[in-house]
Design a protein around this ligand. Structure first.
Ligand code: ADP
Ligand code: MG
Length: 392
């Protein structure tokens, strides 16, 4: 059930909601937090069966949104910025209407009609998945167990491929032809991403710079192929798909749930609603399997060729299951994969350079492994950084 707040400063749980000229959403000047009753009241607006004294518990706080578990049953995600959840609300609603079980059950949203900003989604309420972990935990655990000989070949790659195909079949029901300049624009965007990664790694001056520079020619070749592909079909994708966006809950078989439909964080907020080719989601997910192989090597503390051998098999199973499950085969053009994967690996390096330098080792491993080197610059072989138990 959806609900609507009205006015410039509507009251929630005794606090006045407001939006700053820059778009920041606040309650009496601060962010909502578990324990203040805001999330519970928002949950009760969409689901009146939530008890008035339901407990609140924090799950994750990032710079833009606040997610709170209410009554161990619902997750209330309150936007940090005006309109930040409009896309996710719209897509989750469409998936719920289509009967998807690949996303968390959708309870509803609370919209806000503001006299000068218009109407936007303030909060999204979904089913809480108890005990669920994201893939940077469960996928890495599975691969580490495989490498240690204590676990068997993980079957999640095929499960993920089928999951994404079902989501694409639903979201792609209203796909339209991409405009004629789409291939040139894709190639240009990927080229820009690679140039940014080359520049960032050169500037920071570590061993990654030479390994990337020696592979730039191979990456450019893949990126150029984007320009030669057909425009194809475009629709509302997930846009930021990687194993960390897939929660696994316990059970036999385990349930995989795709979260976070906020769109591609590499794009400006205004562009995140952009439609794109199905291959973008598939490429990002395939890249994340290589990143899992890198994280697993960090965890076991050595270069282990069996990790990328697993990634090769995992990529094949994911892709086979995706293609076997996808009913609307016309949505997917595999010719886009090499270029979009190259772009995503470059984007991971740039992201690491800007926000999380200790992450660079993972895309570095994948690039070093996947692309042939010109051996122009002297380079050291990739090795995993020391494992710190608190980070991926
Ligand atoms: P943000 O966009 O603010 O990062 P996400 O939607 O990605 O928010 O969720 C952040 C984290 O919250 C996830 O990584 C996951 O651990 C947890 N989470 C999100 N949705 C659920 C859910 N339905 N059940 C359990 N945990 C969830
Ligand atoms: Mg997220």
């Amino acid at each position: 059930m959806n609900s609507l707040l009205r006015g410039e400063r509507p009251e929630i749980a005794g606090r006045a909601l407001s939006v700053a000229p820059g778009g920041e959403v606040a309650l009496d000047g601060s962010r909502p937090a578990a324990g203040d009753g805001i999330a519970r009241e928002l949950a009760r607006l969409v689901d009146p069966s939530v008890p008035a004294d339901a407990a609140e518990r924090a799950i994750a706080v990032d710079q833009t949104n606040t997610s709170v578990i209410v009554g161990e049953r619902l997750v209330v995600k309150v936007v940090g910025r005006w309109a930040a959840a409009d896309r996710a609300a719209h897509l989750l609603e469409r998936l719920a209407e289509a009967g998807s079980t690949d996303v968390a059950g959708y309870a509803g949203r609370v919209d806000w009609r503001h006299p000068s900003f218009g109407t936007s989604t303030l909060a999204i309420v979904t089913e809480y998945l108890p005990g669920a972990q994201d893939g940077w935990d469960w996928a890495v655990d599975d691969v580490v167990a495989l490498l240690a000989g204590t676990g068997s070949e993980p079957d999640f790659p095929a499960a993920l491929g089928a999951t994404v195909a079902r989501l694409h079949d639903m979201l792609g029901a209203d796909a339209v032809a991409a405009p004629a300049p789409a291939p040139a624009e894709r190639a240009e965007r990927a080229r820009t991403a690679l140039d940014a990664a080359l520049e960032a790694t050169r500037r920071s001056g570590g061993p990654t710079a030479a390994r990337l520079a020696n592979r730039a020619e191979a990456l450019r070749r893949d990126i150029r192929s984007l320009g030669a592909a057909a425009p194809g079909l475009a629709f509302d994708l997930h846009g930021d798909l990687h194993v960390g966006q897939v929660l696994r809950s316990t059970g036999t078989p385990p349930r995989y749930t795709v979260i976070d439909f906020d769109g591609d964080p590499q794009l400006e907020a205004a562009e995140r609603g952009r439609t794109d080719a199905a291959a973008r989601d598939v490429a990002h997910l395939l890249v994340s399997l290589d990143l899992v192989a890198a994280v697993a090597q960090k965890r076991i503390g050595r270069v282990e060729p069996a990790a990328f051998a697993w990634a090769d098999r995992a990529r094949r199973s994911l892709l086979d299951a995706y293609r076997a499950t996808l009913v609307r085969g016309e949505l997917f053009d595999p010719a886009l994969l090499p270029g979009l994967e190259g772009e995503q690996l470059a984007a991971e390096l740039t992201y690491a350079d800007r926000y999380l330098p200790r992450w660079a080792y993972a895309p570095d491993a994948a690039i070093t492994h996947r692309y042939p080197s010109t051996d122009e610059l002297p380079e050291d072989p990739w090795t995993p950084p020391p494992f710190e138990p608190t980070s991926t």
